[in-house]
Design a binder for this molecule. Sequence first.
Ligand code: HGY
Ligand code: MN
Ligand code: MN
Length: 425
Amino acid sequence: MTVQSHVRNLSINGDRLWDSLMEMAKIGKTAKDGVCRLALTDLDRESRDLFIAWCKAEGCSIRIDKMGNIFARREGKKADLPPVVMGSHLDSQPTGGKYDGVYGVLAGLEVIRTLNEAKYETEAPLEVVCWTNEEGSRFAPAMVASGVFAKVFDLEYGHSRADIDGKTMGQELARIGYLGDDEPTINAHPMAAYFEAHIEQGPILEDEGKDIGIVTDAQGQRWYEITLIGVEAHAGPTPMQSRKDALLGAARIIDIVNKIGLKRPLACATVGMMQIHPNSRNVIPGRVFFTVDFRHPDDAVLADMDAELRREVERVTSEIGLECTLDQIFYYAPVPFDASCVEAVRCGVEIGGFSARDIVSGAGHDACYLAQVCPTAMIFIPCVDGISHNEIEEVHKHWSDAGGQVLLHAVLAKADETVLQKSAG
Ligand code: HGY
Ligand code: MN
Ligand code: MN
């Protein structure tokens, strides 16, 4: 793929991108130098306000939809063309890092800043999007707002997601002033393509000494909520044989979940959240709530993991004499990304001369839903020791520079197809 020299020579300002990352990281900064910016909290609002201020300073127009998704738009020569969109999320895990999600949003802003500086006008408009509640930590499941946008969930479902205190996303969007007017669907907001730059959140790229991951696919996920009901009783006089101990059931199932993952190559299986009632040291737990997170790149294996979990939960709960509810609250099949967008990412890698390898995303991303409704691809950069969803999450600046550069040229390859056609002529 050949590209005209004036395009080839465009270069992002890596220092400016890094400074913006460090500035944004001050919002919700934790004692261990990570971030805690849960979706739709005041800190999330603060990060959104800062992102919008930066976009307005670049002359972007701002639109906010009914799920609080923020779209910052840079006009192109042909306003009637659907935009090429970049983005990710600003909300974090409770003990999150400075780069998860934020990197994709601010790398997109850096592309806008670079094109403004170069006075380069693209054929198609460009947009940078910040999706609401990608993490699914405060409000389950993950990627709710991009899910509504991709019509996987309806608006009522999205607004009714409630946190542990019963506050809903609809209420919290209104409270922080981000309950927008626009319809939050692809129909109301067509896109030519979507690119998401993100940290890998795993060890592969760093271990192999690669600067860039060309993300060809993302593995599928299934999330469950399980509640076990036993009988609360006194820890002293209650004989072991007569107990209906909900926490014993949970303990056995946690071990089974781990084994379901271990025995299948490439599978991931995690119990990440648990609530014990009454959670008193001398009362046999009567009720336990916990979550299960399954992932695999092959949908058939994911289905097999599901079947084994249901069988085993049935066996354990009948052995102990527990009642049980098991709800699958989230599922999407493994995602193949769009070949032409992946090719555009390869174009960016080739122009920049970066070391790269194809990779399948282990994590879920808003791109996984966008891929269902528009041509989509992702760009990974490494993170130190592959650690993420942890306050020590770290990135080397040259990785950040590389990812921004690849995003710039991938987006231009889609927003300015004429550039490629002319040069190819
Ligand atoms: O769970 C995930 O993969 C993403 O961080 N929401
Ligand atoms: Mn993320
Ligand atoms: Mn995350």
